[in-house]
Design a protein around this ligand. Structure first.
Ligand code: M6R
Length: 582
């Protein structure tokens, strides 16, 4: 994950670009860089570490340049270093890039034979050189003296030619020397948006970087090439004939506002997002609440697909990471409540298998961003096989949302924290509402579960009032050699999610297990340096989970239990206990 922002207009570009990079920092933060246009030559600055390092470097020499591109990087090809940081320069071209150039080694060999030299280990530098090579061939030695319109034509043609030979999913923006006011780029499977303002145009990999300047944006379609100057912006499908005129960008007005992407006084975005959960759940349920409470969910979105859901034979849910864990939880909902055969798969596995799509199969993909490459590929596979597909996405304009046959959107608002929190809760909310409505359609209404879901925003509010207590438990957990999370039923995927979150955020080794699996191996490494978080609500599997807790206790392990409020017996058996509403 990396972040891109560019600006061309009548105001100084540097402050806009730095501010944009800060908004994008959640996408990658091991290095950052900026290229500013000046008639003499580009001014390029790069720094290892957070955007603040780059900002420091620039603070002594603020630039008046009104055009520039910038990048924040999370290293994939080549380690985090100044040399590998973007922008990358090749001859007359400077470029920043997101995504992967799969055939960069072969291209590098060709270019090396032609005399190109490389300083970084990145595929991005190869991309820059490959485009520059086409440009040089098209313009010969006349580039500097050509009229501007002709230079623009050559730049577009060079990019088109170059992209014909490039394999991968990526996006980039680039500037050419002596081609003032112009930014070029392409969306080849990684998102890119163009946002107009009164003083110029922004281009970025993410709406988060442009929202504070404009509530309008053009989401570039996949496989498109574009250019912009301070007054206008145009695009075309990459395979449009050479003679086809470029199309003006078609802006849409966005639902999200800039305020929604601020921290609102919280120390981090993640903390803010954790505390937003009650409202996010309420928003994700809104419009899905029934007229008469006892009748279950009557969901407008579902009405249009009632016949499909009545006749569905098998449901596949596909996702990655946290979204995959939401799918795993939902399997229990669809099987238990809707009595529907439900299969869950990791997108990066599903897409490379040969899944069998029997008639009556519905495929649902779950993604916060709506841009995860493996999830998108799985969706396309299902679409090509002729399945009905739906998406549960948090970004309604995303590629996954647009390419699915129908959408059940989460309404979590922008999730800036890399570690997914409120989006996960919103996914579970939508999935449970959907499972309940499918249950109703299939004649197996679930009144109790429905009431619990309707109460959820209120219950979440109560849980979050105990934040201080959680902080204390976190501090004592930080000393653990290892943290295990165990649970049964729908709590098993939550154990996986707990472990993922802890690893991702604290680097404390953590594992999630189905509680019944503990004795089949993992129990061997439990001792007094290991903390086990036992998820043990008073459900039908409660006693079984408590007996697994005893196994941990017998090995001297430290136990934190999360159970039903008021469960004194459970509280008495562990070091720390957190009670939740049933
Ligand atoms: O945007 P997506 O939901 O498709 O992203 C999938 C995963 O990368 C994501 O859920 C990731 O595991 C979480 N951000 C981790 O907290």
């Amino acid at each position: 994950m990396c972040g891109i922002i560019g600006y061309t207009g009548s105001k100084p570009a540097q402050p806009f670009l730095i501010e944009g990079l800060k908004k994008l920092e959640y996408r990658g933060y091991d290095s950052a860089g900026i290229a500013l246009y000046s008639p003499k030559d580009f001014q390029i600055f790069r720094a290892v570490g957070p955007v603040a390092e780059l900002e420091n470097q620039l603070s002594s020499s603020p630039s008046t340049a009104t055009q520039g591109i910038a990048h924040t990087r999370w290293a994939t090809h080549g380690g985090p270093s100044e040399i590998n940081a973007h922008p990358h320069r090749s001859g007359e071209l400077v470029l920043v890039h997101n995504g992967i150039i799969e055939n960069h080694i072969a291209l590098k060999e060709v270019l090396s034979k032609k005399g190109f030299q490389f300083v970084s280990q990145t595929d991005s530098e190869v991309l820059a050189a490959w485009i520059e090579h086409q440009r040089a061939q098209l313009s010969g030695s006349h580039w500097k003296n050509l009229p501007l319109a002709e230079k623009r034509q050559i730049a577009i043609q060079a990019i088109k030619q170059a992209l014909e030979h490039i394999e991968g999913h990526y996006a980039f923006v680039a500037m050419f020397r002596d081609l003032e006011d112009h930014i070029f780029g392409a969306q080849m499977g990684a998102p890119m948006v163009i946002a107009p303002t009164e003083h110029g145009f922004f281009v970025a990999s993410d709406l988060q970087a442009t929202l504070q300047h404009s509530l309008k944006a053009f989401i570039l379609p996949k496989n498109s090439i574009f250019w912009l100057d301070s007054k206008t912006s145009f695009w075309n499908p990459i395979h449009a004939p050479k003679s086809a005129p470029f199309r003006p960008s078609a802006y849409e007005t966005l639902e999200w506002s800039a305020e929604k992407v601020e921290k609102d006084g919280y120390e981090t975005f993640m903390l803010k997002e954790i505390f937003q959960q009650p409202i996010v759940v309420a928003d994700s349920l809104s419009g899905r609440l029934p007229e008469a409470e006892t009748q279950g969910f009557h969901w407008d979105h579902l009405k249009a697909n009632e016949v499909l859901w009545k006749n569905v034979k098998r449901l596949y849910l596909i996702a990655c990471g946290t979204s995959y864990h939401a799918a795993l939880v939902a399997k229990y909902f669809f099987e238990r409540w809707s009595r529907l055969d439900c299969h869950v798969d990791i997108a990066s596995e599903f897409r490379y298998r040969s899944p069998v799509f029997e008639p009556g199969t519905v495929v649902g993909v779950i993604s916060q961003s709506g841009e995860t490459a493996d999830t998108l590929a799985a969706l396309r596979l299902a679409n090509e096989a002729g399945c009905s597909t739906f998406s549960i996405c948090n970004v309604p304009t995303s590629t996954i949302a647009r390419e699915s046959s129908f959408q059940y959107p989460t309404k979590a608002g922008p999730e800036i924290g890399v570690a997914s929190t409120k989006a996960f809760t919103a996914q579970l909310t939508v999935l449970s509402a959907l499972a309940l409505d499918v249950a109703r359609l299939r004649g197996v209404g679930q009144t109790e579960a429905f009431h619990a879901l309707a109460r959820l925003p209120h219950d979440l509010d109560r849980v979050l009032t105990h934040a201080e207590k959680y902080i204390q438990a976190g501090k004592s957990m930080a000393q653990s050699r290892l943290v295990l999370f165990i649970g049964r039923g729908p709590l098993y995927p939550l154990a996986l999610e707990g472990a993922l979150k802890l690893k991702e955020l604290t680097y404390v080794p953590a594992e999630g297990f189905a509680a019944g699996e503990l004795k089949h191996g993992p129990i061997a490494y439990i001792d007094d340096q290991v903390t086990t978080i036992v998820l043990a609500p008073q459900d039908d599997l409660y006693l079984k989970t408590v007996s697994n807790l005893q196994e941990v206790k017998a090995r001297g392990g430290k136990i934190i239990a999360i159970g039903t409020e008021g469960d004194r017996e459970l509280a008495g058996q562990c070091h720390d206990f957190f009670g939740l509403p049933q």
